[in-house]
Design a protein around this ligand. Structure first.
Ligand code: PEP
Length: 249
């Protein structure tokens, strides 16, 4: 897209101790070589957000949270607000990851409220969606994606404050990926839906693919029409793996 570079984003999930900041430092140094062509982001656990933001300050690497609460503050023990994530120096937040939709029973509506709160706090949201294996087998993939896009992405989403991540649930952490044709179809469908709802903003909003992206398949996956980058789990935990993917453009 003309305004947005591709985005290579890493989700560390519940992995990473202070000692992992070495990996983050190596990534922050390594991505400078690709910064003209590619935006890069690491989403470490909340305990590392501040240190990660300090380490990456002045580099091209961006830092993001993995979830936020929809409220600004209050009596929500254990939760983290969008403002807190921004205050730590992060600029992105992943929302609606399938692990949270499954394990925390997050609904599309909750994801949308969280995204609106994140936008108010000045964060760019990565809204995750994707079909389960059962939904794909029943031929419901595009119906599911359409509903998730409609209900999880808030009004007011722009190509600057919102990134979509298409992550087929059955492809996450399994080594399986959809065929090129299936990814092309899903991304074309999402692009059309985004354009219908958001006009020009929907045309340039980035749509990432996620699910078992690694150095050996990234170039092929990122070459598919309307794939504007990747959301990476396992392969973002090692600097060499992440940098090999970030360097493909
Ligand atoms: C993810 O959980 O966002 C993901 C894509 O994981 P992996 O790359 O490990 O499949």
């Amino acid at each position: 897209t003309p305004e947005n570079k591709p985005l290579i984003a890493g989700n560390w999930k519940m992995n990473g101790l202070q000692s992992s900041l070495e990996t983050l430092t190596a990534i922050a140094e390594g991505v400078s070589a690709f910064a003209a062509k590619t935006d890069t982001l690491i989403c470490p656990p909340a305990t590392l957000l501040r240190a990660a933001a300090v380490i990456s300050a002045g580099t091209a690497l961006r830092i993001g949270g993995q979830d936020c609460h929809a409220a600004v503050n209050g009596a929500y023990t254990g939760e983290i607000s969008a403002e807190m994530i921004a205050d730590a120096g992060a600029t992105f937040v992943i929302l609606g990851h399938s692990e949270r939709r499954t394990l925390q029973n997050e609904t599309n509506g909750e994801v949308s409220y969280k995204a609106a709160a994140a936008h108010t706090a000045g964060l760019t949201t990565i809204v995750c969606l994707g079909e389960t294996e059962a939904e794909r087998k029943c031929g419901q993939t595009l119906d599911v994606l359409g509903r998730q896009l409609e209900e999880s992405v808030p009004d007011g989403a722009t190509s600057g404050n919102t990134v979509i991540a298409y992550e087929p649930v059955w492809a996450i952490g399994t080594g399986l990926t959809p065929t090129t044709a299936d990814i092309r179809e899903a991304h074309a469908f999402m692009r059309a839906a985004l354009e219908a709802r958001f006009g020009a903003e929907g045309k340039t909003m980035r749509i990432l693919y996620g699910g078992s992206v690694k150095a050996s398949n990234a170039a092929e996956l990122m070459a598919i029409d309307n794939v504007d980058g990747a959301l990476i789990g396992g392969a973002s935990l090692k600097a060499d793996d992440f940098l090999a993917i970030a360097g493909i453009y």
